[in-house]
Design a protein around this ligand. Structure first.
Ligand code: GAL
Ligand code: ZN
Length: 644
């Protein structure tokens, strides 16, 4: 395992650089990320480049044997550029140019911005092409979908639609624009979704396309920068740091053209008392690993109390600094870079804490970090080992977008369903992959498909074939609802999945915050919530019925034999234990080994290679836990990890 830190030489007096680098070396830091917001220092005026300060910093790290990841600074165009070319600034949903003063002030589609971005990126690549210290590149920072309402974006969107639909008739038909007299009679009538009213009033087909295009912008922008870097340094290792934001990119497409995934990992420091609340970041880590189905990096890792635009949250409890970094490694993050070395004394983020406090006196968190660095050395032997999994949870970017556009019922969230499915299996100490819709699923034994809302024919075929060949599929309510345009399908739910599930839905009840009961044929009962599909079976058998409301006695959960495989249909959403029941039953059926008696919040993953495998056991809770694994007694302090 390799440990790094995020460092901003441009924020500190030069006299600190050498001291900082020396302490990093002594502590066991192997790499630093630099420069991702430093455009104004790299190009102080138009065409006048200054790499001298960065050279100096890089030389210092180089002498200490510390590698450098260079960020391209395109997130923050300098003031002189914005002043000379205000057209590079993004426009808000009132079509007015956003004021500058914070970061992210650029429209990815602005041709002028692209020209300047291309030049700074090329300059950097050319300047550092022969550096043996610069070993990887980060493009921009936390790219979000390019939601911008400027002229360039509007034009681009219309061209995009012309390319997709060819004629306005086709577009009007696909969007159902006859509703509310919304039919376009000229391309120029197409506007972006300006603000001023509730987005949910806008046409969902139009909105999904808009989300698709703004996500494509990001993919294309990252590829544009990667191409520039590679044209200068053909074997450059390139990434961008991503996270779960409100305007998510399409992770799978974004990283297709990049070398590795990196993720900004800030697990919560507030551990809820309520056992129903899933707070583990394991699900995010598994999703990140699943993007390219290979090991990944953490580019920013929790280092101190978080806060700045929000009030500060609890400081990481003892064990969290080390434990959460090791947890990331246990899920495939071979490199973990901590954000940041020292807490900023200046700027808006001065309350987002780093490893060292404002005082520059290393304290408790730093000691724990130093301990992590020592442990990381022992783990170096496991770099490159893989998490082999028989279980996958399918995460559909388009369903995420579409469900975000039209919330289904109070309390329902797509990501929550992904988490519940993931947790149901991970809970028993088995590796779980979270994969995208285009992934090959043939290597798995169980594929969970929560709320696969937007239909893609390829996915339907893939799931049918998977079940036919003996795989287990778990489907849930809100599957097969929308066609590719985000319009409802005129068939009984789960429409294209009805044959696979062997049942259909005669009516549904969005119960929101209300709750009901489901009763399994073996007598176990569970609370259900948010949604109730009233099911009629065709070829499936009933596993559970509702025990509440006017549909008491109707099927709620079914199981269908399909080819050599089995298909569960969960017509409702429920408490955690309900998912666990299905998980156990699927694991038993598939003959997959698991740990049935793990205490809650103990996480077990296995990384393996031809040379053997190692099991990581992590106590992700605030209390000490003792338990038995394969005959071995294990006792773990809060947030402690052992590998066996
Ligand atoms: C990340 C971002 C960093 C820093 C950090 C803490 O999302 O990439 O630049 O802002 O959050 O606030
Ligand atoms: Zn724009």
């Amino acid at each position: 395992m390799r440990i790094g830190v995020d460092y901003y030489p441009e924020h500190w007096d030069e006299s600190l650089w050498e001291q900082d680098a020396e302490l990093m070396k002594k502590t066991g830091v192997r790499l630093v990320r630099l420069a991702e917001f430093a455009w104004c220092r790299l190009e102080p005026s138009d065409g006048d480049f200054d790499f001298s300060w960065l050279d100096k910093a890089i030389d210092i790290f180089s002498e200490k044997g510390i590698e450098v990841v260079l960020g391209t600074p395109t997130n923050c165009p300098p003031r002189w550029l914005c002043e000379a070319h205000p057209e590079i600034l993004p426009a808000g949903d009132n079509a007015e140019i956003n004021p500058i003063g914070i970061r992210g002030h650029r429209c990815l589609n602005s041709p002028v911005f692209r020209r300047y971005a291309e030049r700074i990126v090329r300059q950097m690549a050319e300047h550092y092409r022969d550096s043996s210290t610069v070993t990887a590149w980060q493009i921009d920072n936390e790219l979000e979908a390019n939601i911008c309402y400027c002229e360039s974006c509007n034009k681009k969107h219309i061209e995009w639609l012309k390319g997709k639909y060819g004629t306005l008739e086709e577009l009007n038909r696909a969007y159902g624009n006859v509703v509310w007299s919304g039919e376009y009679s000229a391309w120029e009538q197409i506007d972006p979704p300006y603000g001023g009213y509730n987005r949910a009033w806008l046409n969902p087909a139009y909105m999904l396309d808009y989300r698709r295009r703004t996500a494509e912008d990001v993919t294309e922008f990252a590829a544009f920068q990667a191409d520039i870097i590679r044209s200068v340094i053909p074997d450059a290792k390139i990434t961008t740091n991503t996270w779960f934001c409100s305007e998510m990119p399409d992770f799978y497409k974004l990283f297709e053209g990049l070398d590795f995934v990196s993720y900004d990992n800030y697990p919560t420091t507030i551990i809820p008392n309520e056992p129903e609340d899933i707070y583990t970041h394991a699900v995010h880590l598994d999703l990140m690993r699943g993007i390219k189905q290979q090991s990944f990096w953490i580019m920013e890792q929790l280092s101190g109390a978080m806060g700045c635009w929000m009030p500060m949250q609890k400081t990481p409890r003892p064990g969290m600094i080390k434990g959460y970094a090791l947890q990331a490694f246990a899920h495939g993050a071979d490199t973990v870079v901590h954000f940041r070395w020292r807490t900023a004394n200046i700027g808006a983020e001065m309350h987002w804490h780093g490893l060292i406090d404002h005082s520059n006196v290393p304290g408790r968190r730093f000691e724990e970090f130093a301990d992590l660095c020592r442990e990381a050395e022992n783990l170096t032997q496991y770099i490159g080992t893989e998490l082999d999994s028989k279980i996958a949870v399918l995460y559909s970017v388009e369903s995420e977008y579409a469900l975000g556009l039209q919330p289904q019922t109070e309390g329902f969230s797509y990501m929550e369903q992904i988490k519940l499915m993931h947790q149901a299996f991970a809970r028993f100490g088995v590796n779980v992959d979270i994969i995208g819709e285009s992934a090959d699923i043939s290597k798995y034994r169980i594929v969970c498909v929560p709320a696969l809302y937007v239909v893609h024919e390829d996915t339907v075929k893939k799931l049918c074939k998977f079940a036919e060949n003996g795989g287990t599929v778990i489907l849930t309510a809100r599957s097969g609802v929308k066609d590719e345009h985000n319009n409802c399908i005129m068939q009984q739910l789960p429409t294209v999945y009805a044959e696979l599930a062997g049942c259909h839905v005669s009516e549904y009840d969005p119960i929101g915050w209300g709750t009901g009961k489901v009763l399994f044929t073996d007598g176990e009962s569970f609370t259900c919530k948010q949604w109730c599909d009233i099911i009629e079976t065709d070829t499936a058998r009933v596993l559970a019925q509702y025990d509440s409301d006017f549909y008491a006695g109707s099927p709620a959960v079914t199981l269908n034999l399909y080819g050599k495989g089995e298909v569960y249909y969960l017509g409702t959403f429920g408490e955690r234990r309900l998912y666990e029941k299905l998980a156990r039953s699927a694991l038993d059926e598939q003959g997959i080994e698991y740990f049935p008696d793990l205490p809650m919040n103990v996480e077990v993953t296995t990384r393996s290679s031809e040379g053997g495998s190692v099991r990581f056991v992590f106590n992700n809770s605030k209390k000490e836990q003792s338990f038995n694994i394969n005959g071995e007694e294990i006792c773990l302090r809060p947030f402690e990890m052992k590998y066996i």
